[in-house]
Design a protein around this ligand. Structure first.
Ligand SMILES: [Zn+2]
Length: 117
């Protein structure tokens, strides 16, 4: 399994975690950040189903969601599920870094979430 190549930025003043990076903290307007990598599993905050995928995807549709990691990083990823039936907000997800599509014959890596419930 590949390492998840996402870096969050934790405000040194108030502790708010930003991903992607912002110039200023959205809470306290601080400008000092500490880099942070995703830790542990994630909890599903929101999800949606996407049809009409861009070129490079083999799937008929994708389910994507925003997961919040245990250390506060929020990131969007592809949910490994065939339908929305068992997907619900608040559920626990196991993150992984895998090929999500192909571009010019090369795999493009991205975040995926596997539902654990
Ligand atoms: Zn702050």
């Amino acid at each position: 399994m590949s390492e998840i190549k996402i870096t969050g930025y934790k405000c040194k003043a108030c502790g708010r975690v930003h991903y992607p990076k912002h110039e200023q903290c959205l809470t306290c307007k601080g400008r000092d950040f500490e880099p942070l990598t995703p830790d542990g599993n994630a909890r599903l905050l929101a999800y949606t189903q996407i049809f009409n995928l861009p070129w490079g995807f083999d799937e008929r549709f994708l389910i994507i969601g925003v997961g919040e990691f245990e250390n506060g990083i929020k990131a969007m990823g592809q949910i490994k599920a065939d339908s929305l039936d068992k997907i619900k907000t608040g559920m626990e997800l196991k993150p992984s870094w895998e090929p999500v599509r192909h571009q010019y014959g090369e795999p493009v890596y991205g975040l995926k979430f596997k539902p654990l419930e």
